[in-house]
Design a protein around this ligand. Sequence first.
Ligand code: NAP
Ligand code: ZN
Length: 349
Amino acid sequence: MLTASAYAATSPTEPLAPTTVERRDLGPRDVLIDIKYCGICHTDIHWVRGDWGEKDYPVVPGHEIAGVVAEVGPEVTTYAVGDRVGVGCMVNSCGECGPCRQGEEQYCTNGTILTYGSIDRDGTLTQGGYATHVVVDQDFVLRIPEGIGLDEAAPLLCAGVTTYSPLKRWGAGPGKKVGVIGLGGLGHVAVKIAKAMGAEVTVLSRSLAKKDDGLRLGADHYYATSDPATFEQLAGTFDLIVNTVSAELDVDAYLNLLTVNGTLAIVGATPKFSLNRSSLVRNQRAFAGSQIGGIRTTQEMLDFCAAHGVGAEVEITPAGKINEAYDRVLASDVRYRFVIDTSTLGTTS
Ligand code: NAP
Ligand code: ZN
């Protein structure tokens, strides 16, 4: 058993605080990872602050993990000590159901074991990446290619695959017009990936405040959704729109921006929709959802990002400022992802 230093939430209302977490002894197929960086995803905040109902506490959040292999179990064949690796939103699944066999472990019909807040095989609550170390089955460990810094790679483990997956599935590429709603952690990576795929990319942000950034990140166009003229000007434009915002959405307004056969894919945790039948039926539009991505897709995304020089834009934060970082994410005051430097978490015993 290894005791890792960590930061945990103890209730929806208390600030996160320093703690320690026990990591299991290495099983034959386990990999011990010395975590270097962990991104702060908006999902961590939804989870910790009770937006999605009651959760178990204390919980160490964090599912954008990047680090280095420190030790491997005797049957581990894929990784060796010193390898640069990552862990995303999942740490296990049944491996036998239809979705698992298709490499879509995030839709495991027997219940995906999430990186934090899930009941693990041994009955304990999984604890995430705001920690110095983690032990993970080799099948849920990803290889971070050379050429991407571990800090800018960490957010790809969730934000990257969550946007890569729908962009790939609904055909973002040359000749396709892609809209991205919300220029935050997920949105800014979506812009970079969609551009790298060869699509014509438009940011749909609440205001023009981040326009220069959006264009620098690779967007071809940038519009403010607070301006009603945007919805007239862009009517019937997009083959695919990816919604990354967590707020309520006027789905009809965005469906009307799709061309014939266009798709509006929801990845943000939008709590409520308004949806008019005619917005869908007219022009055979599709309203779809997507959750993270399977392990194979995550590795493919990391390799794609390395090949195209895509990484997240990060602000590195010490552990002591995690609570401040949460407030700043909620205020959209980060360009564009906080990443915790885990060397500030303390030492292990
Ligand atoms: P984030 O960094 O906070 O970005 C969200 C963006 O949404 C903001 O930058 C902002 O963009 C826009 N926004 C924020 N509040 C808004 C409001 N009240 N009305 C309209 N737009 C608003 O969050 P994130 O980490 O990218 O995560 C985004 C959402 O995706 C979260 O709900 C998260 O839980 C979810 N998520 C889903 C999956 C999945 O598998 N489906 C995976 C990861 C995360 P502008 O300022 O440009 O408008
Ligand atoms: Zn996430």
